[in-house]
Design a protein around this ligand. Structure first.
Ligand SMILES: Cc1ncc(COP(=O)(O)O)c(C=O)c1O
Length: 613
């Protein structure tokens, strides 16, 4: 499995930094990598006054890169550790074996190559294993830094699988050229001397304008990615009681570092493959396709271990908790699927597990309560409010405040930053697989539609993630409208909600005129939530995703149709996504992917009551 964290956004690296004041100026800009040159012959050599404090102005999200030329391994690793570098860029004659050694010491490795018309890209194969990225620069007699551009068309010959940084003389006038240049392995732009007032002093204003123009030109920069402060457009952030600040800060500081570490990627990937049962199939639903006159594919999250997408997230977060040395896990659950998935991974990792669940949900999702208990978790019913997911989340947060050494394992793309981003990344495996599977099936990784139900929004976020910047892919999110949008008995947050604050984040939520959160209602416990994750609020407000809704009855009917036509009993949550197939119009050659988030075993009691004939 390839890395699930490939953001679609094109990254920006500013290289050749040195002075603290200049670094502080740059820390305000949306850059992703900052390069420090440890090659004494370079005019941008960091020199002896440079220290970790100089670089500390940069946000944690900016990767610190040390640039080296033929430095001995021991010295290089020692510098890497001393200056707390995240990545090592190698500009000399370093061998594939050398790169591998640097990578296995825990650094991201960027190997630079100077290219011209005669460059043999096939020779880079031997470097693939030891490098996270390549960097293509202009061929010169020295080791780069010439300030000259090379003919980017040469890169058409690069067919390898490693993503690359584009480097060499990029300047303020190059926006348009960059916009026109496309390559599916282009990962980042490396800017340096083209934006300098003098060697190692960057013109921050010029860089800011350059990056802004890239956005205006709608480069591949992901408009829907979270920013460093945890916002998707106007939504998100971390609105939390002071007592939780240290916990949330700790998580913010660590999550990307851990998620991007080789060890985590290896462990996560292995567990997804061997424990969760990924990749899940993408099933062409022939009978359903006939019924709706189009091509419908079901992404079978119902076939994961424990029966829903929730485990993609819990497996990732439990690893994070383990790496952070946590021993006690708290979770909230609605349908019980997240509770079961959490209890499962806690059993696997031998950690204490406490699951809060609304008292009403305890009743209507009894099989899942029994599963959690059998897995060794303590299930605590929340008896406030409507006794559903919102109330369970309140209780879990209360527990976290009282037990700050615990790890709060959130089950959806909700909560304070970084949870929405963390959970989105962990669920992004869904769309990563869809892309690969569709490419194989149809020779085109993009469908016309991706449809998913939204409670907090984690299965939808995962199914949408790799398509967020693909404008030709229509994203359809389906909320539960309960007894009807206007009935007062609904959970259709986007349809009737407004901007507000819930569980630590600014988002859309259902509230009354005084701003009090209104009690949601849906037959489906997993969708019975008065808010949505901030990513979805942003997708709705920006118009990137269309939000539809389905009533209890429509969802029940859709569940029956799927069971009878395809032999698959869906979770009630997923049945809401299926229900909108009736309301949409498709062309015969459309490709429609519907994320079947879970299986219906847990809902059999409800189904039996309704379909008792
Ligand atoms: C099967 C299934 N699908 C969907 C959901 C809704 O959650 P989310 O919107 O986070 O995917 C749940 C929640 O419990 C679920 O169990």
């Amino acid at each position: 499995m390839s890395c699930p964290y490939k953001a679609k956004k094109m990254k920006i690296k500013v290289c050749g930094l040195k002075y603290k004041k200049n670094i502080q100026e740059l820390s305000q800009l949306p850059i992703d990598y900052a390069g420090f040159i440890f090659y004494p012959k370079s005019p941008r050599y960091v020199g002896t006054e440079f220290n970790t404090e100089s670089a500390s102005a940069l946000p944690k999200s900016v990767h610190k890169v040390g640039v080296f030329v033929n430095t001995e391994l021991d010295e290089l690793l020692q510098i890497g550790e001393q200056y707390q570098l995240d990545a090592i860029q190698l500009h000399g004659n370093e061998t594939p074996k050398f790169c591998k050694q640097v990578k296995s010491a825990g650094f991201e490795v960027i190997k630079a190559f100077q290219v011209d018309e005669n460059f043999q890209f096939e020779n880079l194969k031997t470097y693939e294993e030891g490098c996270n990225y390549f960097l293509f620069d202009t061929k010169t007699k020295n080791y780069g830094g010439s300030g000259r551009k090379f003919n980017w068309n040469i890169l058409k010959n690069y067919k390898g699988k490693t993503q690359f940084f584009l480097s060499g003389g990029i300047g303020a006038q190059d926006n348009e050229r960059i916009n026109k240049f496309t390559h599916d392995k282009l990962y980042a732009l490396d800017v340096n001397s083209g934006f300098e007032l003098e060697p190692a002093v960057k013109n921050a204003d010029q860089i800011e304008m350059f990056v802004e123009k890239l956005e205006n030109l709608e480069m591949s920069k992901n408009k829907y990615a979270v920013d460093e402060r945890g916002y998707y457009g106007e939504f998100g952030g971390a609105y939390i009681p002071e007592l939780l600040r240290a916990n949330v800060d700790e998580l913010q500081e660590n999550y990307l570092k851990i998620l991007n570490s080789e060890q985590f990627k290896k462990d996560y990937s292995r567990l997804l493959d061997n424990y969760v049962g990924r990749p899940t199939p993408l099933t062409k639903a022939g009978n359903l396709s006939k019924r709706y006159g189009t091509n419908i594919y079901l992404k079978r999250e119902d076939l994961t271990h424990t029966g829903a997408h929730k485990i993609n997230n819990t497996i990732g977060q439990i690893l994070l908790a383990k790496y952070m040395g946590k021993k006690r896990i708290i979770a909230e659950t609605g349908a019980g699927q997240h509770g079961v998935a959490t209890a499962t991974v806690c059993a696997l990792f031998n950690l204490e597990c406490i699951v809060y669940m609304g008292a009403l949900d305890v009743e209507r999702q009894a099989p899942n309560v029994a599963r959690m208990k059998m897995l060794g978790a303590k299930v605590v019913p929340a008896i406030s409010g409507n006794q559903t997911l919102k109330d369970a989340t309140n209780e879990a947060i209360r527990d976290w405040i009282a037990n700050p050494e615990s790890f709060y394992l959130i089950g959806s793309v909700v909560g304070p930053h970084p949870y929405p981003d963390l959970v989105t990344r962990l669920q992004s495996i869904i769309s990563e697989e869809i892309r690969e599977q569709l490419e194989k099936e149809n020779g085109n990784s993009n469908p016309n539609y991706v449809i998913a139900c939204v409670g907090g929004g984690s299965n939808a976020a995962g199914a949408f993630y790799h398509y967020l910047d693909e404008k030709d892919v229509k994203l359809v999110a389906v909320e539960a409208s309960g007894m009807g949008v206007e009935s007062g008995e609904t959970a259709a947050t986007i349809t009737i909600g407004d901007v507000g604050f819930i569980h630590g984040s600014k988002t859309m939520l259902m509230q009354d005129d005084d701003g009090q959160i209104t009690e949601p209602y849906s037959i489906s416990a997993g969708l019975d939530y008065p808010g949505v994750g901030p990513l979805h609020a942003h997708l709705a407000v920006s118009g990137r995703a269309e939000f539809l809704s389905a009533t209890d009855k429509e969802a029940l009917d859709a569940a029956k149709v799927l069971a009878e036509t395809e032999g698959i009993i869906p979770a009630l949550e997923s049945a809401h996504a299926l229900a909108v197939l009736e309301k949409m119009e498709f062309k015969p050659d459309d490709v429609v992917v519907l994320n079947l988030s879970g299986r219906g075993d847990k809902d059999m009691e409800t189904y039996m009551k309704v379909f008792n004939d």
